[in-house]
Design a binder for this molecule. Structure first.
Ligand SMILES: NC(=O)c1ccc[n+]([C@@H]2O[C@H](COP(=O)([O-])OP(=O)(O)OC[C@H]3O[C@@H](n4cnc5c(N)ncnc54)[C@H](O)[C@@H]3O)[C@@H](O)[C@H]2O)c1
Length: 253
């Protein structure tokens, strides 16, 4: 299959690295015009150049309401439409509840979950003017499990899942033709996770390629689900929490 998202305009937050980068490359390959947004200007611009004229980079702090207004104005002027929003930007912070400062808690909620609220609200306004769309929100397996060593992060991702359900229901009830689903990966081999590994440990040894009992998949594995949820192939799928965890969650019950 090719051209699975041909003619569509996709915005990917945190698009300069990891899962965002893999998703931008895949959606562009499948025919979308891709807008990469990130605070990392250098990597974002380099990726847009690598993809070519169908890509655009926009400097964008996804936790800033003012930035969202500017980005949506740019999309409206340049394309007159938005079909796909992948709310992907995020940060990881380790710490249990006894060792998490309130300011760290607030920073994680702001970047991981406030950003998704701002993104959904901004996208609905533009998508409903057109033919509707697909919103894909990045949660985590941590948002449905009980990772006591990642209190703020887990809570932020749980909020994303709950928010996504409300968006899915509201858009259906109001007949906007906008779907909203959340993704719940376990470990993915990206700069976010490799930065936390002990020195000298080969990241590849943790992957499902090296060992089916491994916890890590590749950014491309997640991008494949993004493409599916972005495309019309999933047009009847709304309000789901898609676990991408090789069975880790069900195994722990
Ligand atoms: N890597 C994993 O194991 C894993 C597992 C589950 C969920 N996730 C989630 O996947 C998403 C992508 O993570 P990744 O692993 O690709 O990490 P990554 O660090 O490679 O990429 C994250 C990107 O987000 C950008 N970013 C950070 N703060 C931002 C902000 N305020 N505004 C805009 N962009 C910002 C960074 O510059 C970076 O380009 C995150 O939401 C993360 O929580 C990751």
């Amino acid at each position: 299959m090719s051209g699975r998202v041909a003619g569509k305009v996709a915005l990917i937050t945190g698009g300069a690295s990891g899962v965002g980068r893999a998703s931008a490359l895949l959606l562009a390959r499948e025919g979308a015009r891709v807008v990469i947004s990130d605070i990392d200007v250098e990597s974002g611009q380099a990726l847009a150049e690598e993809i070519g004229p169908s890509a655009l980079f926009i400097q964008h702090d996804a936790s800033s309401e003012a930035d969202w207004a500017r980005v949506i104005d740019t999309l409206r002027l340049r394309y007159g439409q938005l079909d796909i929003l992948f709310n992907n930007a995020g940060i990881l912070l380790k710490g249990d509840i006894e060792h998490t400062s309130y300011s760290d808690w607030q920073r994680v909620q702001r970047i991981n979950s406030d950003s998704v609220f701002l993104g959904c609200r901004a996208a609905i306004a533009l998508m409903k003017e057109g033919a509707g769309g697909s919103i894909i929100n990045m949660s985590s397996i941590a948002g449905v499990a009980g990772r006591d060593d990642y209190t703020a992060y887990s809570a932020s991702k749980g909020a994303v899942a709950a928010l996504s359900r409300t968006v899915a229901v509201l858009c259906r009830r109001r007949k906007y033709r906008i779907r909203c689903n959340s993704l719940h990966p376990d470990g993915i081999l990206t700069p976010m996770t490799t930065a936390t590994l002990p020195a000298g440990l080969d990241p590849w040894s943790l992957t499902i390629d090296a060992d089916p009992m491994g916890r890590m998949c590749l950014p491309e594995d997640v991008a494949a689900s993004v493409l599916f949820l972005a495309s019309e192939e999933s047009r009847a799928i709304n309000g789901i929490e898609l676990r991408i965890d090789s069975g880790q969650f069900v195994m722990s019950i």
